[in-house]
Ligand binder design. Structure first.
Ligand code: PAF
Length: 296
């Protein structure tokens, strides 16, 4: 695997069909599953690692975001990446940065409401990665379902010739969706954190048993979460996968999203529901502790 830090350098190395996995580094098994899928579908796999200042609300969050270039490089290479793209902030945002990509209503609810400006930062950096690296396919986790909708919207609106693939959430063995934030959840808060995925598995069961009404699915989540008094729930929503618009009933692919804070750690999770097959994507589960906790 080669590491480059300019768009030109990455384009010169890429050959044939190019798959891009955009990341902010500190890789875990969720990223590795994107890289492995990209490996199986492309000639060249590019993994970008860029902690994007534009998508952080708080300077402190940006400064404390975990970074470990050596670890990322070893993991990406083992998972099959050919190129690691690590631009500097100056390369990504040269001079006075003027253009901001804003996808409108797709970015307004749920995470967009909680983190104003966040999705403008995501859409802008993803648009730059697409323009600068010119991938044929780009891979994103379904865990960030609204982000996936934002990316699909920008590709459609700006006519990027990139196909976007949403890949199933990877969960820890107990069901907690993988996130670099999981390391901040201590033993006392772990059971509370698990209430998110537990409630979503109940939704998946209800959907697969035929329930299509959003109100009923939301109530299932709320009632299940009500048992966890330590959890401060931000939102429980049912939204279309295509544009993150909330819906009253599921007649096209949709996701049930939940967000909340436990012990000062904000967590999000969702399940994707597909009425054309009547099945829910519950994600996959690790069978051993995540590499986030220092294992290999
Ligand atoms: O999901 C992430 O890690 C980031 O939001 C992304 C897509 C790499 C853009 O910075």
């Amino acid at each position: 695997m080669k590491t480059v830090s300019t768009f030109n350098g990455a384009r010169e190395l890429a050959d044939g069909r190019v798959g891009l996995v955009p990341t902010m580094g500190y890789l875990h098994e969720g990223h590795l599953s994107l890289i492995e899928t990209a490996r199986s579908e492309n000639d060249t796999v590019v993994v970008s690692v860029f902690v994007n200042p534009m998508q952080f609300g708080q300077q402190k969050d940006l400064e404390t975001y975990p970074r470990d270039a050596g670890r990322d490089s070893a993991l990406a290479s083992d998972a099959g990446a050919d190129i690691m793209f690590t631009p500097s902030v100056e390369h990504m945002y040269p001079f006075q940065h003027r253009t901001v990509v804003s996808v409108g209503t797709v970015a307004e609810g749920m995470e967009g409401a909680h983190r104003p400006g966040h999705f403008d930062g995501v859409a802008t950096v993803v648009a730059k990665l697409f323009a600068g690296l010119q991938p044929d396919v780009a891979y994103f986790g379904r865990k960030d379902a609204q982000q996936l909708a934002v990316v699909r919207a920008l590709v459609a609106d700006l006519a990027f010739p990139v196909s976007v693939r949403g890949i199933s959430t990877v969960r820890e063995a107990d069901g907690l969706a993988l996130s670099s934030r999981n390391v901040k959840i201590d033993e006392t808060n772990r059971a509370t954190a698990l209430s998110l995925s537990t409630s979503l598995m109940l939704v998946a069961d209800a959907f697969e048993a035929g329930e299509r009404k959003s109100r009923v699915l939301r109530d299932i989540v709320r009632q299940s979460l009500a048992l966890s008094q330590q959890l401060a729930v931000d939102h429980v929503e049912v939204a279309r996968s295509a544009d993150a618009r909330t819906v009253d009933a599921i007649d096209a692919e949709a996701f049930v999203a939940v967000a909340g804070t436990v012990g000062g750690v904000r967590l999000i999770d969702n399940v994707t529901l597909d009425p054309s097959t009547g099945t829910a994507d519950r994600g996959t589960r690790l069978t051993r502790p995540s590499i986030l906790y220092g294992g290999s």
